[in-house]
Design a protein around this ligand. Structure first.
Ligand code: NAD
Ligand code: GLY
Length: 371
């Protein structure tokens, strides 16, 4: 059994505890006590995760005398909508949810985003506990206080900043996760290392197999906790994304264009971010910021991530067109997160959209050889 990592995450109006370890789900009641959660507990989850882990969670809460209500949302990004949020709220109210109650989200980023959003608006805000069960939700979605749902004209266009009262990451839940979802989470950890901590990036690369296997143990706990700590430092400095927090979008400009072009069912968010980081790293080198030596190192590390994806159908022209629609474009020039060196990122204005096509052509060549 690995040690439990505990850290306090500070934000504008307070702080919360973030725990990473094994067996935490069955011990949830103990941790809820620390935040004074006594009222009804509304568990927001989906069928997939409920079947796997819902009973363990409910049994622990019931044993502690807590009243629970489980609200199921359909599985998938397509259900991260305002309509779903309203249905969840109606179900919670119908089942006796109170202002003094607590919402627990149990699931991946879709669930933590939707559930966090519901918690932020129901009765103008109720206690919120995230129990992320995907690697991506652990290292990204459940930390930092962004909640939200999608709108027909774009992803995450409706939402709030709402910090949780407790975040509990039980790494045992990762054993049931699909490999592509683990790679997707690993991508966001890799991003944190690339933009903030070269030593951590080396740790991630050296232990890639173990982390991608989600083998429960100290390395997985360390990998997740460090990523959360790095993200929390950035969020603490710039909670509402006025400036510094934008570096968390490293790999995301190109990544989003790939997601939009290929379709959300075809490519995981993190897979697109891996490709996007390759493109952004290449650009950083092309504009003379990232040295050849560091670029080759970064490219080698990214190229070794075993993407379960064919880039055959990726059309560089279509990707370039998609980036033209990006919020960060003005006069056919993009704001891009680039690297000055590994571990140091910044926002660079004036990157010509035309360079995107070249970046995509380059990465298509790399992954052609690897797949
Ligand atoms: P997801 O929530 O759709 O989960 C992926 C799949 O894994 C789903 O089918 C889910 O049911 C299943 N699943 C979850 N836990 C499982 C487990 N332990 N075992 C087996 N299957 C499991 O997707 P995701 O990748 O976790 O999250 C993506 C979402 O997160 C997107 O909506 C994205 O916008 C959001 N996000 C938010 C932030 C933020 O800061 N708020 C950051 C990054 C991503
Ligand atoms: N996932 C980006 C952010 O939290 O700001």
């Amino acid at each position: 059994m690995s040690d439990i990592s505990r850290q306090k995450i500070k934000h504008q109006t307070g702080q919360y505890e973030l725990l990473v370890g094994q067996g935490l789900l069955a011990d949830i009641a103990k941790y809820l006590d620390s935040i004074g959660a006594t009222g009804p507990i509304g568990i927001i989850t989906n069928n997939t995760v409920n079947e796997l882990y819902g009973a363990t969670l409910r049994d622990s809460l019931k044993a502690a005398g807590l009243v629970t209500r489980t609200i199921l949302i359909p599985d998938g990004e397509a259900y991260k909508t305002l309509a779903s949020a309203e249905q969840v709220i109606s179900a919670l109210i119908a089942q006796g949810m109170e202002r003094s109650g607590t919402i627990i989200t149990l699931g991946g980023g879709v669930t933590t985003d939707l559930g966090g959003f519901v918690a932020s608006i129901l009765f103008r805000g109720v206690k919120l506990v995230h129990i992320p069960t995907t690697l991506l939700a652990m290292v990204d979605a459940a930390v930092g206080g962004k909640t939200g749902v999608n709108h027909s004209s774009g992803k995450n266009l409706i939402g709030s900043f709402y910090q949780p009262d407790l975040v509990l990451m039980d790494i045992d839940t990762l054993s049931s996760l699909d490999l592509r979802d683990r790679i997707s989470g690993y991508a966001e950890m890799f991003k944190m290392g690339a933009i903030r901590d070269k030593e951590y990036l080396q740790f991630l690369f050296s232990n890639m197999d173990e982390l991608l296997n989600s083998k429960p143990g100290d390395k997985l706990v360390k990998g997740i906790s460090r990523s959360c700590a790095l993200k929390a430092q950035i969020v603490e400095a710039d909670e509402k994304e006025a400036d510094l927090r934008r570096i968390l979008n490293f790999g995301h400009t190109l990544g989003h264009a790939l997601e939009t072009t290929l379709g959300y069912g075809e490519i995981r968010h993190g897979e697109a971010v891996i490709l996007g980081m390759y493109g952004a790293g290449w650009l950083s080198n092309q504009v003379g910021q990232l040295s050849n030596e560091e670029w080759e190192k970064l490219a080698d590390m990214l190229g070794k991530i075993p993407l379960q994806l064919s880039l055959e159908t990726v059309d560089p022209v279509a990707i370039e067109q998609a980036t033209r629609l990006d919020k960060k474009v003005a006069n056919s020039q993009l704001h891009f997160v680039l690297l000055k060196k590994i571990g140091e990122a910044h926002i660079q204005a004036g990157i010509p959209v035309l360079m995107i096509k070249l970046a995509v052509e380059t990465l298509k060549n790399v992954w052609k050889d690897n797949t």
